[in-house]
Design a protein around this ligand. Sequence first.
Ligand code: GLC
Ligand code: CA
Length: 543
Amino acid sequence: MLDKKKWGWWRDAVFYQVYPKSFQDSNGDGIGDIPGIISRLDYLQQLGVDGVWLSPVYDSPQVDNGYDIADYRAIWPPMGTMEDMDRLIAEARARGISIIMDLVLNHTSDQHAWFQRALQSRDDPYHDYYIWRDGTPDAPPNGLRASFGGSAWTYVPHLGQYYFHQFAPQQPDLNWDNPTVRRELYDMIRFWVDKGVEGFRLDVIDVIGKDPDRGVTCNGPKLHPLLDELSREAFREEGLVTVGEAWGADLERAKRYSALDASELSMVFQFQHILLDQLPEGEKWDMVPLRLTALKRCAEHWQQGLHGQGWNSLFLDNHDLPRIVSRWGDDTTYRVQSAKMLATMLHGMEGTPYVYQGEELGMTNIRLPIQAYADAETQCVYAERVARGDPPEEVMASIYARSRDNARTPMQWSAEKNAGFSQGDPWLPVNPNYREINVQDQLADPNSILAYYRSLIALRKRYPVFRDGTFTLLEPESEKLFVYTRQTDTEQLLVVCNFTGETVPYERPAAFARAERLLGNYDPAGGALRPYEAQLYYQRRQA
Ligand code: GLC
Ligand code: CA
């Protein structure tokens, strides 16, 4: 077990993201819940993870699946009670697993008591908890757009004012310029730390320093001073791990976010790799093929750039992204091989790996009729694009590839009814491939994707080179192979990945001729790499 009192313990850790609504239902209402998570802690312990990042379980009207919080200090009743939450924290800790809560600090739900008061009058003390501008119904303060579509300003007739929201209109942005708001948030964080929560994932943290009058949302002028204060007031507590979601992070900013003096956060999720297969001027729905050389250059940039200066988080999947095996692998013929290959590519790198529920099984994207998508963002893009004249089949093709609901279908535990997720009607359809892809089968199969993830996680704990080694890209011009080494004074690692469904000629570098093969997704053989083959070689270095 890791010593979690020690600063930097997360550098040896692997985290697992649970999307509670879709993880395990315990009472047959079709909604995953906290008792359900507790019943699966042994599974997570066997996988070898050190912490669980829990997407929101707070009380919420669920317009955005809990990222719209109505009460930061209460649990959404269908998910359980505060006693359940206390039990989860304790039961997880007993298994060496830390609970990392999702902190949504940029906005609340419009049902939050603060916003309800803010709506009452301009003079209410809570009014200034949110961002308001005077205006008339037909003239919003400016043209800023909300992330889920439409204007970022919503008019409230009886106040004669607009409020600002970067996401849905039911997610009003908090006013971070108001010191009372910040104090409330710091106190709320303390409430959870006192309960034994050992870290936080900070939702859309790079937009809190916004300046909406100048049209600035991401990376605003007040961002880093605010983070410094947040960290000082709430986090510089011994051992807390913090990871910020920062779509706008470049390397220089990431160095500040994850600086070694702990002045801001432990690490950030940056998304430059995730943005490589969309049109640069477009949105995620505007897809272009991934160029492997671009992905490799991106990895090299981050691996080398943060080495010794900050810390990376490593991820390919989360609850907002399509399933990686459907995206950059092959979810038909070579599903098993390509899922393992992608895992090898990621877990060989420097940083803290995050596994998103079902990724360890090679769960895939889903196709649903448009009415069956629960995600507000998906419904918005469909309506907007069809209204502007895009052919519906084209919009649906983007949705099949990119909708957030791809990642949100229920966890596939077994071949039984509803994949063992629920005895009732699941809130979102189960992917019909659960009979072939599920935990129960994979636990029984030593060659499963699940078994492979377990090996990767165990290897990271055994060899310090995974944490400390410098990164060197080999074969940089290849559009087929992703090959790199990691190296310390005493150890060397070689990671070889074939990103194609073809056999590709390859010869290991002479320096690794006698290296030990730690792991691979095929039986060892000499010569060419088979479709989506991945290999991991290791050796000690001569002194
Ligand atoms: C983050 C969350 C996403 C949510 C949004 C608004 O991007 O990951 O699920 O919709 O913030 O809170
Ligand atoms: Ca339930």
